[in-house]
Design a protein around this ligand. Structure first.
Ligand code: 13P
Ligand code: SF4
Length: 317
């Protein structure tokens, strides 16, 4: 028996023993994606966590995702295989900074990306993910000011889509996505003129892609700004035979599984999130054996954050 199969058997056995459901984000390494009960984007995984019957959720992703699961299901045990798996985007705004920003805009509606700490969510009116950010902002009456945090590129995308002038954007970014730049994208697109472009809205190059389309350098219908989950759906629907993918490289695994006949290539193959990759096969095994690392959110913070996260999972269903 192969060592991988021994590991997989042990993971499955321990998960059954703990009555645990295994969730994996699309950026996890292939072995973790393949062993999980569900693989998906932030929104899909939050919905599954909220609806699951299992008494334990093992979240193979980064800390804010596991925290969101705990906020939605406080009675469940939530484990993350390595609690040090943080997120540079979530770290780009603190609750104190958000409170100060709110004080400058009294009456504004706060929309926070799910990539935030529980403390920031507790100061938020509605959370969103990349797959429903536009719908969330569109659901707010047009005369209300909106504070959007923390991602500036997703904020710019939402502003473009909604045409909303009273949307203020925090200047945060994800170091992995911000690093996928417009020059690189233009060069790749020129070398592969028939490819679709699948671009995550956190990317620094999202604006450049629309610019390329506007200039006629790439046909507009080939440029798709998508969440990671929506990329999988688009891969099944496209008539293209090759796709350039601008997001974290872990995404390529689900895309290739969804459409094996398509040639998927990373726009930047160094775009790897070191936090996502902290969830190793050994770390998952340890989490199941030891019941660690357990995720806790203070009950008063969780209660405040729950309202904004519930709105997020209701909008754009
Ligand atoms: P989605 O899976 O919601 O598209 O989010 C991407 C991301 O960067 C999460 O860290
Ligand atoms: Fe955070 Fe960026 Fe990693 Fe996603 S890819 S978890 S936004 S650091």
């Amino acid at each position: 028996v192969e060592p991988d199969e021994v590991w997989a058997e042990e993971v499955r056995r321990l998960a059954r023993e703990r009555d645990a459901v295994l969730l994996a984000h699309n950026y996890q390494i292939p072995a973790i994606q393949d062993i999980a009960d569900h693989t998906g984007d932030s929104l899909a995984l939050s919905r599954i966590a909220a609806a699951s019957d299992a008494s334990t959720i093992v979240f193979c992703g980064v800390h804010f995702m596991a925290e969101t699961a705990k906020i939605l299901a406080p009675e469940k045990t939530v484990l993350i295989p390595d609690a040090r798996a943080g997120c540079s985007l979530a770290d780009s705004i603190t609750a104190a900074e958000l409170r100060a920003w709110k004080a400058e805009h009294p009456g504004a509606v706060v929309v926070s990306y799910v990539n935030t700490t529980a403390d920031v969510k507790a100061e938020t009116d509605i959370c969103c993910t990349s797959s429903n950010a536009v719908d969330v902002v569109a659901s707010i009456p047009a005369d209300k000011e909106v504070l959007f945090c923390p991602d500036q590129f997703l904020g710019a995308h939402v502003k473009r889509k909604t045409g909303r002038e009273n949307l203020h954007i925090w200047a945060g970014e994800c170091h992995v996505h911000a690093g996928i730049n417009g020059a690189e994208l233009a060069e790749r697109a020129a070398a592969h003129p028939d490819s679709d472009l699948f671009i995550h809205p956190e990317c620094g190059c999202a604006t450049s892609a629309l610019y390329l389309a506007g200039e006629g350098a790439v046909p507009a219908e080939r440029v798709k700004i998508l969440s990671t989950g929506d990329m999988v759906t688009a891969a099944r629907d496209t008539s293209a035979t090759s796709v350039l993918v601008a997001t974290e490289v872990g995404m390529l695994h689900q895309l290739r599984k969804a459409a094996p006949e398509i040639d998927f290539r990373a726009v930047n193959d160094r775009a790897s999130c070191r936090f996502m990759k902290m969830i190793t096969p050994a770390a998952l095994l340890r989490a199941l054996r030891e019941g660690a690392d357990e995720v806790h959110v203070a009950p008063d913070v969780a209660a405040k954050a729950r309202a904004s996260v519930r709105r997020m999972i209701e909008i754009g269903k």
